[in-house]
Write a new protein. Structure first.
Length: 599
């Protein structure tokens, strides 16, 4: 029998069965033929099977002797009963889904706050206390929410959903860059953090945490390269920049991870140049060390430590602050690895000069002579003013989703300020140094002031070698209408002429930021393809490893002394949920999970 004849026979049987559907008190339920009387189903939906079930099970029953009207009424009643039972089953399923969803949401909240898995039980206890006070009749519904440590641990694996969404997002990037940094956790395990910043065809920018890779052995450039390649091997052709902390294992010309990654991309057919950039914030922090007056800084650190490190001195100093009603109640420790610690500690010391001098004399502690020396206090004021300016610059460089062009403009502006300050200090003008201006003129050594600013300017000039060659490309992005056409790259010159001669676009540029301007430009029609590709490369660049440093703070908080046994997999899952802007697809996770009530 041919396939066409078979299909025709099946269709005829189905139509005949549909005509006889109510004759045997059968209905369709969940894709099966179900008897309305005994609620049994037949193996195959055929008219013969239904008729046999009727003749063997219900032919002798009272349903067989019913009239047509009675049969219709009975079918309506039985169908209603079946529908009610089905609806009850569906309601129970919906309730179970709600309970499981609540467990997912609370677990996600714990991960975002980087709290231990055992806090799930504590949260449930708090919820039950509130329920008992407000609506005790709903206690059973809330009791079924499972928040045990094992359950929360399983729920944290929802980060796989975030990771899948992130991979889909990365596949849409036309250009992207990587930020790499390495640090050790509480168990002395080297952890490599990888961030990705990508740009889509519509100039939408995404900056996301990619992965935290544990390095249990050595941390050479080859080890780091292998770990990075596993994360980005499917998208290596869109790489435009690699930003690191400047460590030799990262930036070495032969065996550095960034160099190995560049050579790998070139071997894979990458035609666009890949830039290796040293974190701008880290370089600014290194420059600030040249402004460190050693004789001043060593005394200040020693005095602060003598007060804060000894319990009795610390308590007595705080009591003195309360007694004199000082603006601050305590001093700050100095931590060299923290970017703002230098300036913050010096500013606090300068604001409490009189109180510190009084306390040192009362306790007969070393350093009291310096706090009564006008020349030394003038050098302290100079150091404090310089570090205050450096801290302001550092704050401008910090933040997420900051364009590299904005960071470079802050650096160039500070270099101009240094040249201005150098000339003003040489002339004895202190309008931008308020603490020095408050000192007596005879106490201020102008040669020292000028020397500090000069050394700082020279240090800034010698650094930022990775970003300075890109200055022309930055200007082409930030000031397209003021850029000299003959200085632009040859593929962009004709498009740049078209852009500069368009008065309508010029008017729009005055009222918008460069990124929003080009984003609106690319949506209607792609008239400037080469120029837009250049914009994508600039926008995709990481200017610093600020996001990596921020993640390391979360890592230290998550894998702390009391959670030192946290596994690498769970650490990565928690950091991904707490850092990523992508929400997990809980609805799809619910379909693959079976509800388990709390015991």
């Amino acid at each position: 029998m041919s396939a066409i004849v078979k299909k025709r026979k099946v269709d005829l049987e189905c139509r005949a069965f549909n005509l006889e559907w109510e004759k045997y008190f059968f209905t369709e339920c969940f894709g099966q033929a179900q008897c309305l009387i005994c609620l049994k189903t037949v193996a195959v939906i055929k008219e013969y099977n239904v008729r046999r079930h009727w003749e063997t099970q219900h032919q002798a029953s009272s349903f067989a002797s019913m009239s047509a009207a009675e049969r219709k009424e009975a079918i309506v009643t039985l169908s209603g009963n079946l529908q009610k039972s089905t609806l009850l089953f569906r309601k129970q399923t919906t309730k179970a889904d709600k309970v499981t969803r609540a467990s997912y949401e609370v677990s996600r909240f714990l991960a975002r706050r980087m709290k231990p898995f055992t806090d799930g039980d504590f949260i449930k206890e708090c919820i039950m206390v509130v329920i008992d006070s407000l609506c005790p009749e709903k206690r059973s519904a809330f009791e079924s929410v499972s928040l045990s440590p094992r359950t929360v641990c399983r729920r944290i694996e929802m980060s796989h959903s975030v990771n899948d969404s992130l991979k889909t997002c990365c596949s849409n990037f036309d250009a992207f860059s990587l930020a790499l940094d390495e640090s050790t956790d509480m168990k002395d395990t080297a952890q490599l953090t990888i961030f990705i910043r990508g740009v889509t065809a519509a100039l939408q920018v995404y900056e996301e945490f990619l992965q935290l890779v544990p390095l249990h052995g050595t941390t050479t450039g080859q080890d780091i390269f292998d770990a990075v390649l596993q994360c980005v091997k499917q998208h290596s052709l869109g790489l435009v920049c690699v930003t690191t902390d400047g460590a030799p294992a990262m930036t070495g010309k032969k065996k550095g991870a960034a160099s190995l990654l560049v050579r790998h991309c070139e071997a894979a057919g990458h035609t666009q140049p890949i830039h290796k950039m040293h974190c701008i914030i880290h370089q600014e922090s290194l420059c600030s060390r040249s402004a460190n007056l050693t004789d001043v800084m060593s005394v200040v650190v020693k005095v602060v430590n003598s007060i804060l490190s000894r319990s009795l001195n610390h308590r007595q100093f705080q009591a003195l602050m309360d007694e004199v009603n000082a603006h601050y109640g305590d001093l700050l420790y100095f931590c060299e690895i923290r970017w703002l610690s230098h300036g913050a500690m010096l500013s606090r010391v300068c604001d409490l000069l009189q109180e510190i001098a009084t306390f040192l004399r009362q306790k007969n502690l070393p350093g009291a002579d310096h706090f009564s020396n006008p020349q030394w206090l003038a050098r302290l004021a100079l150091l404090t003013d310089i570090t205050t300016h450096l801290n302001d610059l550092n704050m401008n460089l910090q933040g997420k989703n900051i364009l590299v062009t904005d960071m470079y403009s802050h650096i160039t502006a500070f270099e101009v300020k240094l040249r201005l300050w150098e000339a003003q200090l040489a002339a004895g003008q202190f309008m931008h140094f308020p603490r020095i201006a408050a000192c007596a003129p005879d106490d201020v050594d102008l040669n020292t002031c000028v020397g500090i600013v000069t050394s700082l300017r020279e240090e800034f000039t010698s650094r930022f070698t990775g970003v300075r060659p890109l200055a022309l490309g930055f200007k082409l992005f930030t000031s397209p209408f003021d850029f000299a056409v003959d200085e632009a790259p040859a593929p962009l010159q004709m498009e740049l002429v078209e852009l500069q001669c368009n008065d309508e676009l010029k008017a729009k540029y005055r009222t918008a930021s460069p990124l929003s301007f080009f984003r609106d430009l690319v949506l209607p029609s792609n008239k400037f393809p080469n120029y837009i590709e250049h914009v994508k490369c600039i926008v995709a660049m990481f200017g610093s490893t600020y996001c990596c440093e921020q993640l390391f703070l979360k890592m230290k908080y998550t894998k702390s002394r009391i959670r030192s046994q946290l596994s690498d997999r769970h650490l990565n899952d928690i950091l991904l949920l707490s850092t990523s802007s992508i929400d997990p697809d809980i609805e799809s996770l619910l379909h693959g999970k079976q509800h388990q009530p709390s015991h």
